[in-house]
Design a protein around this ligand. Sequence first.
Ligand SMILES: [Zn+2]
Length: 220
Amino acid sequence: MALILGPEGYASFLVRGAYYELSKHRPSLIELSYSEFLLDVGRGDKLSLSESKALASPRLENDLPLLASYNLLLESSAKAMGAVDEIKMFGLLDKIASSIKEGYDPISASSIYLAKLISLLGLAPKIDGCADCNKKDEIVAFSLRHGGLLCRNDALKEGVSPNSAKYIQIARYCFMCPLNDVGRVELSKAEAMEFIKHCLVFVSEESGLSLHSARLLAFL
Ligand SMILES: [Zn+2]
């Protein structure tokens, strides 16, 4: 068992050798759940799971946006492990999953999640000025493939179609929003979906993470 200790007192761990399910293991196998664990220190300081108790797990019911968002969180975090800082990844998952649990719109939460995941993958775009010339005004487009915001001249030069001012504002918000502010601004479904599709294409092209859960999101 490998323990990852987070700055806020939580711990995440990767379990190895759980070849069959025992009742004491069960809470550790429920995705995006919270549980209490009692660990034993054995020979050679190795940790083993002694007892566990499930505290809370997501309720999916018949909510397709919720299901699609949870699938995206699970698939992308599992596939990104090893390529990102695991403690930061866990903090991100915790904040996003908690905001959804507290009633935040899952599609808006997924938009912020994807922006933060792109940053964790080391692919953060430039959002405080044009990615080509650093100009702060006349920003007309946002393109992850072209490095972020683009001014009128550079969008034309790069052959990038202009976006609406609202879309650019959404992209900036998703990348800049501090994790503690997640849940404060709700995006319209159409705006959020356009941003999510843009992020998914970029993630697949740049990092090779091909996300099957994106197909479910595309139906919403
Ligand atoms: Zn420019």
